[in-house]
Design a protein around this ligand. Structure first.
Ligand code: URA
Length: 438
């Protein structure tokens, strides 16, 4: 049946439910150029105000998935599994999770993104490893996933290109903040990656995009229900982001956290807990563990035995990074010229943390971008960040700032002090707040 774009847009504008083939017509047209950017913008705005039913969201997700290559991992001797995080501060989970799941028999073709807003991106962290090629060609990507068990790489142009076009249009038409469009955008890329199972780590709290628990739950429920509706078995976890997940924020600094974690040199308990939980869910989804408890044990053992570390080392080397990164991280990871402690104005316990402000301070240090084309300074950020309830004083600082200059360190120190509130010691809430399986 021949459709007319403006008639479909009009129907959505007036609140009608669109049929799957109407949605597909628009997305196919956007991909091929027969639907204009103006029409796509009008459609996005109509969706923003009128919303989409679950069936419409599934249809949009599938149409965007099919706008480019859909990877097929059925030749692998095990399940293809992945995790998506809604973004946070000190969220280094992916770097340890992918090799741990691979060490347990899963295959993790992890296609990750760059930093967005105040949050860090896995790809920017990996780019802090000299020589690591985060844009391998398809043949190398496939062979590393098959031979090593995991490969963490960047988005490729042929994966869900309709999302790329629609996202660029949303970005400049005030339509990014639509739960329906966010859901289809995230999931179209995950579905195009050809996964067997997916875990979503939706952050809630002062450093999350979804600061309130209600908003985080809304996003998790939408993602889980649409992913399952589109045929991808998915579990959502809502995890705490009221303080940085690791005690460091910044690209090379977080890679160092991951290496220390994998080599059992210094294991951050919060990072361990979230990584183990995500890994356990992935193993269950992939049929590699009978239940979450068994999955937790398997992932924790992959870490304590050093098997996950060995997989990480092989992945880094296979993608062009140094073969001895784990033995000699200090020889490869950039170090900032200025490193100094940041003390609170008064001694006391940490009552609250504006976690988002810490992420913004990392961006201001040069560790993130203010324009898409900006280069990142991998060396800058914070380490030894105090957590909720920690007592700080003349001895124990709020953290260490790593900066390119004394002036940048001064500004970041002021920002870090402003991000911390001293008062009655906060008792951190549960790290894994909820599990969504709708
Ligand atoms: N991340 C995405 O990939 N898409 C969105 O719309 C929002 C976050």
């Amino acid at each position: 049946m021949a459709f007319i774009p403006q008639e479909i847009i009009r129907r959505k504008r007036d609140g009608a439910a669109l049929a799957a083939d109407e949605v597909r017509f628009l997305i196919d047209g956007l991909t091929r150029g027969t639907v204009t950017e103006g029409q796509a913008a009008a459609f996005a705005m109509a969706v923003f105000f009128r919303g989409l039913s679950r069936d419409e969201r599934v249809a949009l997700t599938l149409a965007m998935r099919d706008s480019g290559t859909v990877l097929d991992w059925s030749d692998l001797p095990g399940p293809a599994l992945d995790k998506h995080s809604s973004g946070g501060i000190g969220d280094t989970v992916s770097l340890m999770l992918a090799p741990a799941v691979a060490a347990c028999g899963g295959f993790v073709p992890m296609i990750s993104g760059r930093g967005l807003g105040h949050t860090g991106g896995t790809l920017d962290k990996l780019d802090a490893i000299p020589g690591y090629g985060s844009q391998p060609d398809n043949a190398l990507f496939r062979s590393v996933v098959r031979d090593v068990g995991c490969a963490i790489i960047g988005q490729t142009a042929d994966l869900a290109p309709a999302d790329k076009r629609l996202y660029a249009i949303r970005d400049v038409t005030a339509t990014v903040e639509s739960l329906d469009l966010i859901t289809a955008s995230i999931l179209s890329k995950k579905l195009a990656a050809g996964l067997t199972g997916l875990v979503l780590d939706v952050k809630a709290g002062s450093g999350a995009f979804m600061a309130t628990l209600d908003d985080a739950r809304g996003l998790a429920e939408s993602l889980v229900s649409v992913a399952n509706g589109a045929g991808l078995p998915t579990v959502g976890l809502i995890t705490d982001m009221n303080e940085p997940l690791a005690s460091a924020a910044g690209n090379a600094l977080e890679v160092r956290v991951a290496i220390d974690f994998l080599t059992n040199t210094r294991v951050d308990p919060r990072l361990h807990a979230v990584t183990v939980e995500c890994g356990a869910e992935m193993l269950v989804l992939g049929g590699l563990a009978p239940d979450v408890a068994a999955g937790r044990t398997a992932i924790a053992t992959a870490f304590s035995s050093g098997r996950a570390a060995a997989v990480f080392a092989r992945m880094v080397a296979a993608l062009g990074g140094p073969a001895d990164l784990l033995e000699r991280p200090e020889a490869y990871l950039a170090r900032a010229p200025v490193v100094r402690p940041v003390h609170a104005d008064a001694a006391g316990a940490i009552a609250a943390i504006d976690t988002r402000a810490i992420g913004v301070a990392v961006v201001a240090l040069g560790g993130g971008r203010t324009r898409p084309e900006d280069a990142i300074d991998p060396s800058v950020g914070f380490t030894n960040l105090a957590g909720l309830g920690t007592v700080v004083d003349g001895e124990r600082p709020l953290g260490l700032v790593h900066a390119a200059s004394e002036a940048a360190a001064d500004a970041a120190s002021a920002a870090l002090r402003a991000a911390y509130r001293i008062g009655p010691p906060a008792t951190p809430g549960p790290l894994v707040i909820d599990r969504i399986t709708v």
